[in-house]
Design a protein around this ligand. Sequence first.
Ligand SMILES: [Cu+2]
Length: 346
Amino acid sequence: MFLLIFFFLTFSFEKNLNADEIQFADSHGPITVMGDHLHKKNELMFSLRFSKMNMDGMLSGNNVISANSVMSAPNGASDESGTYMNAPILMKMNMFMFGAMYAPTDNLTLMAMSSFNQKEMISQRMRMRGGSRFNVNSSGVGDTRISALMRFLENKFVKTHFAFGLSLPTGSIDERDTTPSSLNSRLGYRMQNGSGTFDSFFVINNISDFGKVKIGEQFQIKRPISGNNSNGYRYGTSIDTSIWLSYRWKKNFSTSLKINFDYLGNIDGEDDQMNKRMSPVMDSKNIGHQKLNLSFGFNYVNAYDYFKNNRLAFELILPLHQRVRGIQMADDYKIMIGWQNSFEGF
Ligand SMILES: [Cu+2]
């Protein structure tokens, strides 16, 4: 990824494109917003995104709690009375996302997206067991999303489209690693790569165009449609709503400010290979949240002949408010870097 950016910056100082050949930087939304734009008939676009997310410490509801209190106070572990034997301290997630978009007509764009995940979680054992730390890792392909984006309205000031999509369970829900209790124990819910279910989702996306200033809104709702997965559970409904403001400083450079609300409902069922007493991350009661995030980003479009109209975008996401169900890790920050390139005439 960084090599790619390096080549992109090094070899792009050649000849300027004519002004009318350059794409507007803000014709795409912030890089973490998926399916924010349609393409013209016969246009094909490829994208690569890299994201890094850190989670640090624990929350009970919306209060920060210490690792020791997770393991000493009765926290309602499984049967409302016990304590957890381990507490997660830190979690790191890297995600590489690959996407393709193709427009068979001006009013319809098809989109497919998948990912590769690397996750690491560091936990602390209870004092009775020495209080030492251990880490577990997982990696693999995540779930794959396919969707159809349909134009609803487009004029000089407003662009609105809908999308209907399906998330396919290509990510594993059987990630395992060595823990103090077993050499090969199933890892907690957040360490798994997929949901294990077919999920349907619906998106409404709206852009208001005020010239150099644009305001975008996206509403997305997703829910499982295939019953419980093969390990006996399904995630609740999730809602993701974003509103962003972008400003175009130059034709090929814009910055954005985004507020995003992220909701996940309660889980249905549980993975009975996870021992709830082991850790809050293995207890199905500790799933579900409401989060409010603030993001800063930029979009850049290469305006030189080499790598013509290749896009580079970045976004930093910081939590403003988090309320979790039960005891869960707290989001610390997330960054995303993305590259996009479109081709005409297919
Ligand atoms: Cu696109």
